[in-house]
Design a protein around this ligand. Structure first.
Ligand code: FEO
Length: 404
């Protein structure tokens, strides 16, 4: 079996999940990987376990390098089950390793497994452990994205094992960014980073900014970033660091997304003149129908665009339920720095447009009122109004974008 060496004597020993398409509700069309790492030294160390359903694959990868019982240290960077599901079995196969974990991690792990017999050391930022020639330093990253989260830095290799951060949900035979880019476009890899960030890390933008500043203050030079999902950044770790920094600063594309649903196509028919109005201002526009698109993709398109127009018919004096679901999703991600407005159709009493604008105001988004709505079907005159609505929204989006 081919061993995957990340830096001298540090190996990827993870598992590839080719089949996963629903990651706790987040659609993963490219599958995913659960990465963990084996540090071969005088006292071998294992960083992270994998998903419980894939633990056999990781154990096989480890055994191709060393016996499980040679492992003397197990580092638990994160206790979410996609990384700790296989932990109990792995620790017991190792014999009596020292297990390193944050205080919050320990509190959570005690509720998952009986770990009363484990040899556990609680660690905090700056703590180090020597495995022989290598030194592992721990960096707590609470709420990135769970309270327990931390990263492990291998000092001699300038290798940051970054846990969920900097990951992507991509199942591939390629383990490194440079390998993947021989068969995938840069834009597809960028899209995977955006998709992951938008759905998992977006609420924690300010924490990411302060954590990146803390890493800089600690003077840690980073040559390779090895996340727990997707490819390892060995050719260009600066790229993903830059992307994270930009996204956390509120940067996104100067474009408009139209995110909508429709009952009898009346709301849908408003899109063509609106999109033409946006295009007349020279702005890119992406149209996404909610029930035809995975929620996680809709969320990503919302985040990548500075402006979003949300379209909904009125049903029972309020929103069409798929549009309501979408708003609940983005509310939980605590959006900032986005400009929105609304459009829609109604039969005998409106409500949807007003409710969208109200919810977006409560989320403290930049809201352009009053939106636009039509009774039954848009007349030729109302189509002109839709065109102008799109054009004016593009102008406002451009002005707002300049403030970032
Ligand atoms: Fe990939 Fe938070 O687990």
């Amino acid at each position: 079996m081919t061993k995957v060496e990340v830096t001298p004597n540090v190996y990827w020993v993870g598992a590839i999940d080719w089949a996963i398409r629903d990651f706790h509700g987040y659609v993963t069309p490219r599958g995913s990987t659960y990465n963990n790492y084996l540090i071969m030294d005088d006292e071998p160390a294992l960083v992270d376990a994998v998903h419980g359903e894939h633990v056999d694959e990781s154990i096989k990868n480890i055994r191709a390098i060393t016996g499980m019982r040679t492992i003397k240290h197990v580092i638990v960077n994160h206790i979410e089950p996609d990384h700790a599901g296989g932990l109990y079995r792995m620790v017991h196969m190792c014999g009596k390793p020292k297990v390193y974990i944050t205080r919050k991690g320990l509190e959570g792990l005690e509720r998952m497994f009986d770990i009363s017999a484990w040899d556990i050391q609680v660690v905090k930022t700056g703590d180090e452990v020597k495995t022989g020639r290598k030194t592992l330093m721990f960096l707590e990253t609470p709420m990135l994205h769970w309270p327990d989260s931390m990263m492990t830095y291998v000092k001699e290799d300038k290798l940051l094992i970054s846990q969920d951060a900097f990951g992507q949900h991509i199942a591939t035979t390629q383990r490194f960014d440079d390998e993947l880019l021989t068969c995938t476009s840069v834009s597809e890899l960028d899209d995977a980073v955006w998709d992951y960030y938008a759905n998992i890390l977006m609420p924690f933008g300010s924490l990411i900014k302060s954590k990146l500043a803390e890493v800089a203050k600690l003077g840690l030079e980073i040559k390779i970033i090895a996340p727990d999902h997707g490819v390892i950044w060995r050719q260009n770790p600066g790229k993903v660091l830059g992307m994270y920094s930009d996204i956390a600063e509120g940067k996104c594309d100067e474009r408009v997304s139209i995110i909508y649903d429709t009952m009898w196509h009346s709301t849908e028919k408003m899109i063509e003149p609106i999109a033409k109005g946006i295009k007349a201002e020279g702005m890119d526009c992406k149209v996404v129908k909610l029930r035809a698109t995975p929620t996680s993709t809709c969320v990503k398109e919302f985040w990548r665009s500075r402006g979003t127009l949300i379209g909904s018919p009125t049903l029972n004096n309020t929103l069409f339920p798929p549009v309501g679901d979408f708003l609940v999703n983005i509310k939980g991600l605590r959006p900032k720095g986005r400009i929105v407005s609304a459009f829609g159709s109604y039969g005998w009493g409106g409500g949807a447009v007003k409710d969208i604008l109200k919810q977006c105001t409560e989320m403290k988004l930049e809201v352009v009122e009053p939106g636009v709505q039509v009774k039954y079907r848009a007349t030729a005159e109302e189509e002109e109004q839709c065109f102008e609505f799109g054009r004016q929204f593009a102008i406002k989006t451009r002005e707002y974008h300049k403030t970032f």
